[in-house]
Write a protein that binds this ligand. Structure first.
Ligand SMILES: *[C@@H]1O[C@H](CO)[C@@H](O)[C@H](O)[C@H]1NC(C)=O
Ligand SMILES: *[C@@H]1O[C@H](CO)[C@@H](O)[C@H](O)[C@H]1NC(C)=O
Ligand SMILES: *[C@@H]1O[C@H](CO)[C@@H](O)[C@H](O)[C@H]1NC(C)=O
Length: 548
């Protein structure tokens, strides 16, 4: 009797279970991938405030120096004896490391003067030229000649070269002539060039930076984008100008962006959207996303104030430009904007409440969001969340294998491993949806380039393999920016003209010709990641060098 009734119950239950399983399976198969997270290193030794990827695929991580002992000691007996260091004058720990994403190994580097909130660029020969900082580092110029994993390259502080003005929270951009421009800094309303063309060359005043400053600054780490017309788009607080930096003339003042302040300490993020061959790279659109409420920085409750939830986009090269505003699905301050191989923009890191500074943010924004650059109808897609909050002093950088490397986050003045949002020493990586293995049969792999030293305007051959060839073939170039404080200095993408791929090597591969950008104004000289895409699925990147 008993058994009978339980069997009677069991059969319908079993049927329901099987149906549920089928529904789940179908859902699982249908579900679009949302990306995956992977912890790479438990202890990077430092919390990276500034990060850049070299053309050897090694990664330069850089914190500030006057933060006390880090969690990675030199193993060669080196100690830094700096009488000007504010915290530790005899310091046997490193404040910069080189990371190899292939083996997840680290090597301590020996930066000497204070690099706190400094700036930099990777210049034409692939070396990092890095500028400013705080205290004894305010006027410094530092060089790191890039090297492969296993190499011994290290920071060298220039004795002969120095900045003219103090630069703490400045922004840099490589110029067509290979020099870089260094713009602004805390209470520094000027720009200058590195290196100087003559020994007497000074700085050039930029009153715009002063005019837009409010009582919590909001003008630091200005967003600086080199437009394809050779002028600079400079954005600070809520305003922007077109600057002819050669003649020190403001050519245009853009409309004020609606919403909150967007620069430090309000910390929106900005990127120039990919430049495209279809208009001969003449149209440049700027995207600014997130920020914080004015006043959050000074208020004792500011860390709970909701951050900005808007993105603004403006065609900076238009004759009558206007901001076009959209609402993000997740509010964000201290987010990073990363140009993805697909030409979409990844919004990642940061917090939903508060602003930049120690203890001034809460409610981490754990979900990255994909911003579909060319799809206004379906602009934002919320992706898989991380478990590691990345707030103040964190970074996000694209690797050639398509992953995004996440490092740093320190909401404290020193290394503090207790309380809310402790100093973050872990490095992890986010694999965006396009890396999902379900796309592997459609993923192109570059087999050969006719050259990796590409002259402006020249055509070069791309030979590639792909399992199933579907959809449009594309070739994109991506610079490697210097990322700090929610802004990737010098980030740029170029979408190249290509011919229709034709079968080659007995039909086992395809060959197409791509045309390099026409000039150094469109793409400053130096190393770029070259990526092939088929039907929107990207290959791994290869480093090429653009030269005249
Ligand atoms: C670095 O060396 C100091 C002094 O010997 C030591 O106290 C500290 O624990 C070391 N740190 C690491 C991460 O090994
Ligand atoms: C790279 O360029 C920088 C800046 O011009 C220069 O100081 C450095 O020596 C160069 N490095 C190499 C390896 O050529
Ligand atoms: C495209 O721009 C380049 C400069 O970047 C110029 O040399 C070239 O003539 C332009 N081509 C066309 C078709 O306008």
């Amino acid at each position: 009797m008993r058994m009978l009734s339980s069997t009677r119950l069991l059969i319908p239950r079993l049927i329901i279970f099987i149906v549920e399983l089928l529904v789940l399976t179908v859902r699982f198969v249908d579900a679009a991938p949302l990306g995956t997270w992977n912890l790479l290193v438990e202890n990077a030794g430092i919390s990276s405030m500034h990060t850049a990827v070299t053309h050897y695929d090694t990664v330069i991580l850089l914190d500030r120096t006057n933060i006390g002992a880090s969690r990675i000691n030199f193993t060669n007996g080196y100690c830094r004896d700096n009488p000007d260091d504010r915290v530790l004058k005899h310091d046997c720990s490193a404040h910069s490391v080189m990371f190899d994403p292939l083996t997840n190994s680290l090597r301590p580097l020996t930066v000497f003067t204070d690099t706190w909130c400094s700036s930099g660029q990777i210049v034409a020969n692939g070396s990092m030229v890095q500028t400013g900082g705080d205290y004894e580092g305010l006027y410094k110029v530092r060089l790191l000649d890039a090297c492969p994993a296993g190499g011994s390259c290290d920071w060298v502080e220039s004795e002969s070269e120095a900045l003219v003005d103090p630069r703490w929270y400045a922004s840099n951009q490589v110029l067509p002539d290979g020099r870089q421009i260094v713009v602004g800094g805390r209470y520094t309303y000027s720009y200058e060039f590195v290196p100087k063309t003559s020994s007497g060359e000074g700085s050039f005043s930029l009153s715009f930076l002063h005019d837009v400053q409010d009582n919590q600054n909001d003008n630091m780490y200005p967003f600086v984008h080199l437009l394809p017309d050779g002028n600079l788009f400079i954005f600070a607080n809520r305003d922007s100008i077109l600057l002819d930096y050669v003649n020190n003339r403001v050519l245009k003042t853009y409309p004020t962006i609606p919403g909150e302040p967007r620069n430090y300490p309000s910390a929106g993020s900005s990127v120039m959207l990919p430049l495209d061959h279809t208009n001969n790279f003449t149209v440049a659109e700027i995207l600014v996303c997130g920020g914080a409420q004015y006043g959050a920085f000074r208020s004792s409750t500011g860390n709970t104030w909701p951050a900005s939830d808007t993105c603004g986009r403006i065609v900076a090269t238009d004759s009558n430009p206007k901001w076009s505003m959209e609402t993000m699905p997740i509010r964000r301050t201290m987010g990073d904007t990363v140009i993805l191989p697909t030409a979409d923009i990844l919004l990642i890191n940061g917090a939903r409440n508060g602003c930049q500074g120690w203890g001034k943010a809460t409610n981490p924004a754990l979900n990255p969001v994909n911003y579909a650059t060319y799809n206004a109808a379906s602009r934002f897609q919320v992706l898989a969340p991380t478990t590691i909050p990345r707030l103040y002093h964190s970074t996000a950088n694209l690797l050639t294998d398509g992953r995004i490397l996440l490092a740093g986050s320190n909401t404290h003045q020193y290394y503090t491993f207790s309380g809310d949002y402790p100093t973050e020493l872990r490095i992890d990586a986010f694999a965006p949806p396009y890396l999902d293995s379900s796309y592997d049969t459609h993923r192109p792999a570059i087999f050969r380039l006719s050259t990796t030293s590409i002259r402006y305007g020249s055509m070069f051959q791309v030979v590639y393999t792909v399992g199933e060839k579907e959809g449009e073939f594309e070739v994109n170039l991506l610079s490697s920016p210097f990322t700090t404080h929610s802004y990737s200095q010098g980030q740029r993408m170029l979408r190249l003209a290509t011919t229709e791929p034709v079968p080659t090597i007995l039909g086992r591969a395809f060959s197409a010709m791509a045309t390099a950008p026409g000039s150094a104004v469109v793409a400053p000289p130096g190393y770029y990641m070259l990526l092939a895409l088929q039907g929107g699925i990207p290959s791994k990147g290869l480093w090429v060098r653009l030269t005249s």
